[in-house]
Design a protein. Structure first.
Lengths: 688, 251
């Protein structure tokens, strides 16, 4: 006998009819739930989805490819779900089980339709059947195991995890669906009495069938029908409630993964024409976000990873990326689902029910607490871009003149003097006094343009980094030049503070200067400058080969142009702090370590490192803001660095240098904070 | 409530000042101009009062050529409701400016005037005091904290003096001049200035105010301070004492 089982075996025709009727009803409720939210996202600024499908086949494929790849790795591959211990494992198991059961059920229906067309098309039998039953039974166990782990975790959930009563419903109903599924199988085995491999392939059902060995065939059949209905009704309830519970992420997670921007550290430019046309800058009301951004708000399932990764939250500031997303979602629901349509229909006074976005939903303290470190964006399993949600709001606040204080002063100075300290542009080259650091005019045939940046040029401490670097470059006989007083602030912190037009002014001035001197290769010790050249400037026509000084130093050591004496085994222990805009945003973390390991045999790592580094607190323009001493991000990071026991904390960013120096000084008087270039120059005994 | 805030057009504090070779004035070619920072602080304080107490009528006024419109626009972009330009090409001194502002005061009848304690170009620090005298009303100068009290009929101010902070209460209307630590003004962006173009900006010839602007003082000559000599590092305390005694002859 060929192993198989009859689809809808033991189910009377009336039940089958009712089954399909309920399928349609549950799908309709599901569709209505999705439509209800879709109507909200649609009110955002158009992302022109049709554009994806315009043009030839090849063009369309090229446009769809990145999104589809993200679906492959992040949705099916569950890449971004990893990294949270048991919870990640539970999700991957539940997901694998769910997907296999979903696929299995779909295949069952495909077979059902095929056999309905022609008996010869029936394929749910033989070897296929055996593999099918075995696989589904096995994955069903994974599914249940995942559910049980989640139930257990929810009883001891971390504070970052969102929770409501419906979450219990979801998990309990999943468990019930899984268990009743096995019971249906067991009871079917009792009345069908399959033999050999045809029975053994359904191993879980076969084992459970022993529980019902006392039943007669008729008894088994009637119990089977009842349990089958319970199972089916639970499934219909599940389908219908997807859009009304956290289960919505099954749909919106992949959808957001497909549409979300995927490059860290890149911001969307805005033009003056846009501002004139729309008469606004940035996001003043919830519907000024684009459609994908509104969709992403609904894709959030409050897993809380962003909140755990956020340095502002960790230091006690009133910012949690998860809260921002949830608050914006609440505003979207309140304003766009009821008030906006009512106002559009001309209901008198409807507008007075609109909740304000700024200062009511998102407070100024929240908005300005962000360091733009991108940790939240990086850890979000569905690629919600919390940072852009925030910077879009900042753009509006800056445009409306709502930014005051020291950050406002820094912006004014960038505009007037081309540097945030407001020091004379004519003194920008003073740091190099007494050093051989030719300007582009003095050495027009340079290979590398060494970009000094505002800190390197004006900040007394960071000047020492630039000086150490120049000595290393000369020692290795690198052909380089600097712009001297023609260099201006890159505008990085202006852009991340939301002052797009000042950034563009600075970027255009710098690009013009770089073009004038035919610069192609840029070297910089500043990760913020590096990110500006790599991600910001190409948007305005500035394309360069850019390296961080750690990368060039690594090359020079490898090529033997910097001969570092072997590190003594008793040498000082060093720990290295990864700058966000180097390690996380631009994925450069091996080079600085390789430079350091030339200087010490004892390189100690902090827990949060490389792409998962923890901010120093300076990014996103925070360096220009006053900080409550009790809420300093640098204090937390310094504590972590001191925890390694190293007496030298190495950095590779002038902002980190400032913040870590302050953070360490408050806790230890014997620990030094040095840039990797200083450590190397010292090792090579290059005189100052 | 109505607050009058005068804004002066001055060379940007972050640009390096160069003098004309003949010493008749400051080189203005290629120099960026700004709102006098103390005036910006005064306007910021007016805006903060508005944020705290509810809608107010904040009027910014500048005296000078068409170029001063740029500074008035900044004031409007910061949040002032209305701007007034008193047009004149004449060279003015503190008293002349105070007389013009007194005429503006009579025309606008504000509840009080909030202005910078001094302008950073000539650093005269006289206009506010002169204006109060001309109008015969009270004054609170060098204010670093401001609060309206007694149903907004008086201003309680902390004044920065050489001896420390002095707290006074002044009856309104009064002239209040802002010191550096009163606040840090908000940032004005390019789109903000563009949007502010829609706000009312009135231009008035000086003659129309009925004031004669006659400067009582004339500047004879400008010269740059001598450039600072490089310092000397002394090896010991004894050497320092010796230098102070015998070279500098200060002890």
């Amino acid at each position: 006998m060929i192993p198989t089982r009859e689809t809808f075996g033991n189910i009377p025709p009336a039940s089958i009819l009712l089954f399909y009727l309920l399928t349609i009803i549950s799908l309709a409720i599901f569709a209505h739930g999705v439509w209800r939210r879709f109507k909200l996202w649609r009110q955002g600024v158009s992302i022109d989805v049709e554009h994806l499908f315009r043009g030839g086949f090849k063009q369309v494929c090229a446009r769809l490819k990145p999104g589809l790849l993200r679906l492959w790795t992040d949705a099916l591959g569950q890449q971004r779900v990893r990294g949270r211990g048991l919870a990640s494992l539970a999700h991957i198991w539940l997901f694998a089980g769910f997907m296999m059961l979903f696929l299995g059920t779909t295949m069952l229906e495909v077979d059902n339709i095929a056999s309905w067309i022609s008996k010869s098309l029936h394929f749910h039998q033989g070897t296929y059947y055996v593999i099918y039953e075995f696989t589904l039974d096995a994955f069903g166990l994974l599914f249940l195991a995942g559910c049980v782990m989640f139930v257990w975790r929810r009883t001891r959930r971390p504070p970052s995890l969102g929770h409501n009563a419906a979450d219990w419903y979801v998990l309990i109903s999943f468990l019930a669906i899984g268990i009743t599924g096995y019971l249906v199988e067991a009871l079917r085995i009792v009345w069908q009495q399959p033999e050999g491999i045809g029975a053994k392939c359904s191993f879980v059902g076969l084992w459970m069938a022993h529980w019902f060995s006392g039943l007669t065939e008729a008894g088994a059949r009637s119990t089977h029908l009842v349990v089958w209905w319970v199972h089916s009704l639970l499934v219909f309830l599940f389908i219908a409630t997807i859009p009304y519970t956290r289960l919505m992420h099954i749909i919106l997670g992949p959808l957001n993964l497909f549409f979300a921007p995927a490059v860290l550290g890149r911001m969307k430019p805005i033009t003056m024409e846009e501002v004139e046309q729309t008469e606004r800058i940035g996001v003043a009301a919830i519907e000024h976000y684009d459609q994908q951004q509104l969709l992403s708000l609904d894709a959030c399932m409050e897993c809380g990873r962003c909140e755990e990764a956020c340095p502002a939250f960790a230091s006690g500031k009133p910012l949690s990326p998860k809260r921002v997303v949830q608050d914006l979602k609440g505003l979207m629901t309140a304003n766009l689902s009821l008030v906006a349509p009512a106002a559009a229909a001309g209901a008198p006074g409807a507008k007075s029910f609109l909740r304000a976005l700024h200062d009511e939903t998102i407070l100024a303290e929240t908005l300005w607490a962000c360091t733009a470190c991108s940790a939240c964006v990086q850890v979000c399993p569905v690629r919600i871009d919390q940072l852009t949600l925030i910077t879009d709001l900042r753009r509006n606040r800056v445009g409306e003149g709502a930014l005051s204080g020291t950050a406002a002063t820094a912006l004014r100075r960038m505009q007037a003097s081309g540097n945030p300290w407001g020091l004379p542009p004519t003194e920008r080259g003073n740091w190099a006094e007494g050093l051989r650091a030719p300007t582009v005019r003095e050495n027009p045939n340079f290979e590398w343009l060494y970009w000094i940046g505002c800190a390197g040029a004006y900040d007394r401490r960071a000047q020492r980094v630039a000086r150490a670097m120049v000595k290393l470059l000369n020692h290795a006989q690198v052909n380089f030049a600097i712009l001297g007083r023609e260099e201006k602030c890159t505008g990085d912190s202006a852009r991340r503070l939301g002052e797009e037009f000042l950034f563009q002014e600075l970027a255009q001035a710098n690009i013009a200067t770089l073009t004038k001197y035919k610069v192609r290769k840029i070297l910089t010790h500043c990760p913020h400058g590096l990110n500006a050249f790599l991600k910001d400037y190409p948007q305005f026509g500035g394309h360069y080969e850019v390296v961080h000084h750690s990368q060039l130093l690594e090359q020079l050591i490898a090529a033997g142009r910097l001969k570092v004496p072997a590190a003594a085994s008793g040498a000082d222990a060093i720990t290295y702090h990864d700058p966000c805009y180097l390690a996380r945003v631009n994925r450069i973390h091996d080079a600085p370590r390789s430079v350091l390991s030339a200087s010490t045999k004892d390189l100690r790592e902090m827990g949060r490192r490389r792409e998962k580094t923890f901010c120093c607190g300076a990014g996103g323009g925070r360096i220009w803001m006053e900080e409550d001493p009790k809420q300093r991000v640098s204090t937390l990071r310094a504590r972590e660095a001191l925890g390694t026991g190293a007496k030298t904390v190495a950095v590779s960013c002038p902002f980190c240098l400032t913040m870590m120096t302050d953070g360490i000084a408050a806790q230890s008087s014997t620990t030094r904070v040095l840039d990797i270039a200083e450590i190397l120059a010292d090792k090579l005994s290059l005189p100052d | 409530m109505k607050i009058l805030v005068p804004l002066k057009r001055v060379p940007d504090p972050d640009t390096k000042i160069r003098l004309k070779p003949d010493g008749t004035g400051v080189e203005t070619d290629g120099v960026k101009f700004s709102v006098n920072p103390f005036d910006a602080i005064a306007l910021e304080e007016a805006l903060r009062l508005e944020e705290k107490l509810g809608e107010m009528d904040i009027v910014v006024v500048s005296i000078g050529g068409e170029a001063s419109i740029e500074q008035l626009r900044v004031g409007l972009a910061m949040g002032a409701q209305r701007a007034l330009l008193i047009k004149t090409g004449a060279a003015l001194d503190s008293l002349a400016v105070a007389k013009i502002l007194a005429a503006v005061y009579q025309r606008e009848q504000p509840d009080f005037v909030l202005m910078g304690k001094q302008a950073i170009d000539d650093d005269a620090n006289q206009t506010g005091q002169m204006l109060a005298a001309l109008l015969g009303i009270g004054q609170a100068t060098f204010v670093s904290r401001l609060e309206l009290v007694e149903q907004r009929t008086r201003a309680r101010c902390a004044r920065e003096t050489d001896a420390g902070l002095e707290s006074i209460t002044v009856k309104l209307p009064a002239i209040i001049t802002a010191d550096l630590r009163l606040n840090e003004p908000r940032y004005v962006s390019l789109p903000g200035i563009m949007k502010a173009k829609k706000k009312p900006l009135e231009e008035l010839e000086l003659e129309a105010l009925g004031v004669a602007a006659v400067a009582r003082t004339t500047v004879l000559h400008y010269e740059a301070p001598p450039s600072r000599q490089a310092g000397v590092r002394v090896p010991t305390v004894e050497a320092l004492v010796d230098k102070l005694k015998n070279e500098a002859k200060v002890i």
